[in-house]
Design a protein around this ligand. Structure first.
Ligand SMILES: [Zn+2]
Ligand SMILES: [Zn+2]
Length: 574
């Protein structure tokens, strides 16, 4: 890439990767260098060290980077013949491999002082310009991301143009760490992971309550759109996975097993269950669109190193939906799905929804005409919705175009969750058909869609987005009753039963703590509402409502409180 097309930020970050490699080479001369590109959030450099780096080494490396920056060495870059480069890097098998891979007779060489690195360019002018950086962590990686390849050690860092941007970044990271969903999951007794099942989450009663509420809310939306919920097996014969193409493309990520000397696989996706349900009997055009939804538990093998709380697990539940329809029904079905997605995401305050439509890739299956009409249907549906979208040319899957939805959380981070995917491939692979009005057999179009995506991941996103303060309608315990002394226990019991009669999730603090202690406990549990009852409330038959932000309302009747719970539930008030 010519130098002027690389952003200034990428130049700073890539140059800081050189600075890191330079410092490492000075401190640990036996280390073998590989590559150090800029990334979306910073940069990394992959090393093969003589002895592994530890986190304690980062301050020392940072200090040396600062010293080299102080030297204000000019960064130069030139093209040299490959033969010369092979001589320079004769002891570095990684660089030799790269030299062979680079097309042409020359390669780029970057230099600063007595340090050099093979690279295609894109630098700042001198090391003196590299002042606002931070090394973040050390992790394992593989040469050329090949898990059978040479294991390496990656040092990841970030860099910015100004100290202010670095400080803002540090603040964001600090906040993200403070509200890490793994930490909140423990603090709020929602879920856990155990050594006996690495990557398989355990949902505790309170966490499972939240998952159920998310499911129930979605079910209500889907019922209005004439969905039929199904449940299909998590294990199926591997003949099926061969037919669906998963075996060819996905075998390494599937858990395999054997029953009666026959090979089975635990499903990595739910689609075949819906397909077999469709195929269970002949279908008429009168039944279309047929919409099958399933909260389907899938298992996928992931390397233990990439597992990350609920964000990356080995088993998760997709809120899957499969729509079988005629080609002329696609547009309306996609529009309905977009509406369900928008409605659902906005309930959580995700108002900034980004949408991307991915079109025909080079390796596409299916005719040009089928692709054109499918993309037109998706575009028309998007044009009829309120959402703005971008087109990602050639980014669709080989089996059909798709729409991806992104959300931005309260910390300004973006996440991809919902998807709508058209599929020309599976109806053919599984020989799906319906009897058309003409009496002829026709092939239906299949739409795959998910709104939350992975329930587990979405739960994790929500926890961080709300900083643990789940909205009233989603909180596992909505209301906690706190009495000032034991004298009000009977009064509180009566109120508790009334609230339970109205399906409010409520708990009572039975401890002998003073009221300040009870409030503190409820705050740590992030319970949305506390109902405080003392002698005065009991005498007047009233309740004091204390919100988790400390705001209070006095002298409420039980009817007032019930009316408020209804409003908060129905309007998804946060
Ligand atoms: Zn470079
Ligand atoms: Zn599917």
């Amino acid at each position: 890439m010519p130098n002027d097309q690389i952003s200034q930020l990428d130049k700073i970050r890539h140059s800081t990767a050189h600075l890191l490699a330079h410092a490492v080479k000075e401190l640990y001369p036996d280390t073998v260098l590989t590559i150090g590109p800029p990334t979306k959030d910073g940069f990394f450099y992959d090393f093969l060290p003589k002895t592994n780096f530890r986190d304690e080494d980062l301050p020392k490396i940072t200090q040396r980077m600062k010293e080299i920056a102080e030297r204000d060495l000019a960064l130069t870059h030139k093209q040299i013949p490959k033969a010369e480069a092979r001589k320079i890097y004769k002891d570095n098998p990684f660089k030799l491999e790269l030299i062979d891979l680079i097309p042409g007779d020359t390669v780029g060489l970057a230099q600063q002082g007595d340090f050099d690195d093979l690279c295609k360019g894109g630098h700042v002018k001198s090391t003196g310009q590299l002042k606002n950086f931070k090394l973040l962590h050390i992790s394992g990686s593989y040469w050329r991301a090949d898990r059978d390849g040479q294991p390496l050690q990656r040092i990841t860092g970030t860099a910015f143009a100004t100290p202010k941007e670095l400080r803002m970044y540090e603040k964001r990271v600090e906040e993200a760490q403070k509200y890490d969903h793994r930490k909140l999951g423990k603090q709020l007794d929602l879920f856990s992971f155990v050594q006996e099942g690495v990557g398989f989450p355990f949902f505790h009663a309170k966490g499972q309550r939240v998952v159920q509420l998310l499911k129930d809310d979605l079910r209500a939306t889907l019922n209005k759109q004439n969905y039929n919920e199904i449940a299909t097996p998590i294990m199926l014969s591997d003949d099926l996975w061969k037919q669906s193409g998963h075996y060819a493309h996905y075998k390494d990520n599937m858990f395999l097993s054997e029953i009666d000397e026959k090979s089975y696989a635990i499903r990595p996706m739910n689609c075949p269950g819906a397909i077999l349900t469709y195929k269970e009997r002949p279908r008429s055009y009168r039944e279309l669109p047929l919409k099958l939804s399933e909260f389907g538990l899938v298992h996928r093998y992931e390397l233990s190193g990439v597992l990350h709380g609920l964000f990356r697990v080995r088993s998760f539940t997709q809120d899957d939906g499969h729509i079988f329809c005629m080609p002329n029904q696609v547009e309306d079905e996609v529009l309905d799905t977009i509406k369900a997605i928008e409605k659902t995401l906005k309930k959580f305050g995700f108002n900034n929804i980004t949408v991307a439509l991915s079109t025909k890739p080079d390796n596409a299956m299916g005719s040009d005409a089928a692709w054109e009409s499918a993309i037109l249907s998706l575009k028309n549906a998007l044009d009829r919705s309120d959402l703005k979208y971008v087109i990602q040319e050639g980014e669709g899957a080989f089996y059909g175009p798709k729409i991806e939805f992104g959300i931005e959380d309260s910390m300004g981070r973006s996440w991809q969750c919902s998807t709508v995917q058209l599929d020309f491939c599976n109806p053919k692979n599984f020989d799906l058909s319906y009897i058309a009005p003409s009496g002829q057999k026709e092939q239906p179009v299949m739409i795959h869609r998910a709104i939350y995506g992975s329930m587990e991941r979405f739960f994790g996103i929500l926890l961080e987005h709300f900083k643990g303060n789940l909205p009233f309608w989603l909180a596992p315990i909505q209301v906690k009753l706190l009495t000032i002394t034991d004298d009000q226990k009977d009064y509180a019991q009566k109120i508790m039963h009334q609230l339970q009669e109205h399906n409010i999730r409520v708990a009572m603090d039975e401890s002998s703590d003073p009221i300040s202690g009870k409030i503190k406990t409820a705050q740590l549990e992030k319970v949305p509402w506390m109902l405080v009852m003392g002698q005065k409330e009991m005498d007047n038959n009233t309740i004091t409502l204390r919100y988790r932000n400390g705001k209070q309302e006095f002298g409420l009747s039980l009817q007032d409180v019930l009316a408020k719970t209804k409003k908060y539930n129905d309007e998804y008030i946060i």
